[in-house]
Write a protein that binds this ligand. Structure first.
Ligand SMILES: Nc1nc2c(ncn2[C@@H]2O[C@H](COP(=O)(O)OP(=O)(O)OP(=O)(O)O)[C@@H](O)[C@H]2O)c(=O)[nH]1
Ligand SMILES: [Mg+2]
Length: 359
């Protein structure tokens, strides 16, 4: 599925640039990249084409307040709207807006940008919403951002810095790129695997049951929160020259491939998720398995889909396999979507209301 990735604020810009720089060579999915920020210096540091870096409301950010940035974005809305629409090429199936919801710029401007895109681009617009680290005092911005995004975005793909390898407190902007390096690598890797899954550059590599854009769009749906689970492990060595000459193919036996898939799915569901959420509250899910064809054990995949179907609160588990002929790694992605507010989101909203002295 091809995406236009439009980052808002420091986190958003770094994530957008990172996704574009590290998209899988054989499965490219970033159709265009752009960044919007109130901080011109943060924009200068990004590997994003100059004409796709947009500074706005540069005097509003010193307040650190999402409401002030929102007002600045609203008063520049025509310019922002044109820049955003220009950044979405015809080839994009959807728009993804990464942002850190604890920041004034991300929380204040992303909902405005999404609103204008919904008017000008007739494709889904998703937020990739990064929740603040465990010790951040960011609930007021997070509340403004989450409420704005709930109203504006088609769906929010959640990543929680508190569960990723990210700092517990927000570092100074000059240190942010290094401090969030590991978290951003993870986020770009997981989203790249998901959105790239159906994008084999080589037509011969397309699997029987590929993950096309419509399946991801149907899974994310309209409204609600989604989380991604991911598991990747090496299952085979790259074939040596001798193996190739002798057509040596070390296929796993059924028991081994079955249990490898079963374990990988369980890990993606319960251990390696982008944000904590009770899966039984998801109403839709998507299970993607990618890897060497011999390892994509059909029966295991069918059984895994069935148990995921039982675990969620709804009847919709979509699935897709992407066989990778020369691949060495098995990758499992499990998207759970259509959820109402996960606990961490609810508690940020409550803490934000308290800090505003109302609820
Ligand atoms: N994963 C990740 N999180 C980040 C990164 N930078 C910041 N964050 C998180 O995102 C939140 C917002 O930070 P920024 O994106 O820098 O803030 P901003 O949107 O530019 O807003 P202001 O600078 O406050 O105007 C912080 O509270 C952090 O939790 C990043 O590069 N990666
Ligand atoms: Mg900033």
């Amino acid at each position: 599925m091809k995406l236009a990735v439009l980052g808002v604020g420091g986190a958003g810009g770094r994530l957008a640039a990172r996704m574009a720089a590290t998209e899988p060579d054989d499965r490219p999915y970033v159709a265009a990249v752009a960044a919007f920020d109130t901080d011109p210096e943060a924009l200068d540091d990004l590997a994003v084409p100059r004409e796709h870096r947009h500074a706005f409301g540069t005097t509003s950010r010193s307040t650190g307040d999402a409401a002030a940035v929102r007002a600045a974005a609203e008063s520049n809305v025509r310019e922002l709207s044109r820049a955003a629409a220009d950044a979405v090429p015809a080839a994009a199936d959807a728009v993804l807006i990464p942002l850190g919801v604890g920041g004034a710029t991300g929380a204040g401007a992303a909902p405005v940008l999404i609103d204008t895109l919904r008017d000008t681009v007739d494709r889904p617009v998703y937020a990739l919403t990064v929740l603040p680290g465990a010790d951040e005092d960011a609930a007021a911005n997070a509340r403004a951002g989450l409420r704005g995004l709930e109203a504006a975005a088609d769906a929010q793909l959640l990543f929680d810095n508190a569960g990723l390898d990210a700092p517990a407190e927000r570092p100074p902007e000059a240190e942010a790129a290094a401090a969030y390096e590991a978290a951003n690598a993870t986020i770009a890797d997981w989203t790249g695997a998901l959105f790239g899954a159906g994008e084999a550059a080589d037509a011969a590599a397309v699997g029987e049951s590929v993950v096309d854009a419509s399946e991801i769009i149907a899974t994310l749906g309209e409204g609600g929160y989604a989380t991604i689970g991911h598991w990747r492990e090496q299952v085979t060595e790259p074939p040596s020259l001798l193996d190739r000459l002798l057509s040596n193919d070390e296929a796993p036996d059924e028991i081994e491939s079955y249990s490898t898939i079963e374990t990988a799915v369980r890990r993606s569901l319960f251990r390696h998720r982008s944000a904590e959420a009770d899966l039984s509250r998801a109403t839709r899910a998507l299970l993607v398995t990618m890897g060497p064809p011999d390892w994509l054990n059909r029966e295991a995949i069918v059984d895994a889909r069935r148990s995921l179907d039982e675990a969620i609160d709804g009847g919709g588990v979509r699935g897709g396999d992407t066989p990778i002929d020369d691949g060495t790694d098995l990758i499992v992605l499990s998207v759970c979507a259509g959820m109402d507010r996960p606990e961490r989101v609810a508690s940020l909203l409550a803490a934000g209301a308290e800090s505003e002295g109302n609820d």
